[in-house]
Design a protein around this ligand. Structure first.
Ligand code: PEP
Length: 244
């Protein structure tokens, strides 16, 4: 099963989130693709209410804390997300690493805490342009990944930082090479179980290029930011994927 996960980033409070979900429910969707939407915490309840009994899209969060409860002002525990039927949670998105100082060690703790309550972590890894230019891509991704592998029940999203939100998507060929390297790292850690871990690509995917990723072996789906903000465009993107 391939995946398409939307990341709204910091867009849409409860009112707009509810409207997005209602509009998206009217879209015709491919059957053999798991579709998810990563929603701001404050909008999860509204998104859940608008979803009603519909089973798609899956609802996800964009971040979580590693503790169960306590003196952690402003944070959200995985148990709290679980109460709202949250299926998955992004962890270590490059925007959090860059703007909020999220470290590999923090990512590892979040992954373990989410997995403990049955929420699938979607671990985001990827190099900056400067790191790619210095030929440090593999070293950086390996370090990010190794620290995050506190469970095998996860998804990985390879998101080169220079491709996220830039309109300059990484070619499917380069993404495929990285996905193969990531699969090797997963195999070293988890053996045969590693084959079951979906590895997604993220970075400027849209309705025009998604089929290139979907038709590339070793790319198990995509994470989509900007092109997920309009429910009709995102519906179009989901249908375009199936052409691959
Ligand atoms: C993202 O937010 O993870 C992302 C891939 O964004 P965009 O599709 O806008 O590059």
């Amino acid at each position: 099963m391939k995946w398409i996960i939307a990341n709204w980033k910091m867009h849409y409070g409860p009112i707009k989130a509810g409207a997005w979900i209602r509009a998206f429910r009217r879209e015709r969707l491919p059957k053999d693709v798991e579709i998810g939407v990563a929603v701001p915490h404050i909008s999860l309840a509204a998104a859940r209410a608008s979803l009603g009994r519909a089973s798609a899209p899956l609802l996800g969060a964009q971040n979580a804390f590693w503790g169960k409860e306590g003196a952690f002002t402003g944070e959200t525990a995985p148990e709290m997300l679980q109460e709202l039927g949250t299926s998955f949670c992004l962890v270590g998105h490059s925007e959090r690493r860059i703007h909020l100082g999220e470290t590999d060690q923090m990512v590892g703790k979040k992954v373990a805490a989410l997995a403990a309550v049955g929420i699938k972590p979607v671990v985001c890894v990827g190099e900056t342009k400067a790191q790619r230019d210095k030929k440090e891509t593999l070293k950086v991704v390996k370090a990010q990944l190794t620290a995050a592998l506190t469970t095998s029940d996860l998804l990985v999203a390879y998101e080169p930082v220079w491709a996220v939100g830039s309109g300059k998507a990484c070619s499917p060929e380069i993404a495929k090479q990285m996905h193969e390297s990531i699969r090797e790292i997963l195999k070293k850690k988890f053996g045969a179980r590693a084959e079951q871990i979906p590895i997604l690509y993220g970075g400027s995917v849209d309705e025009n290029n998604i089929h290139e990723y979907f038709s590339t072996t070793d790319i198990d789906g995509v994470l989509v930011g900007g092109a997920s903000l309009d429910p009709r465009t995102f519906g179009l993107l989901c249908r375009a994927a199936a052409r691959g």
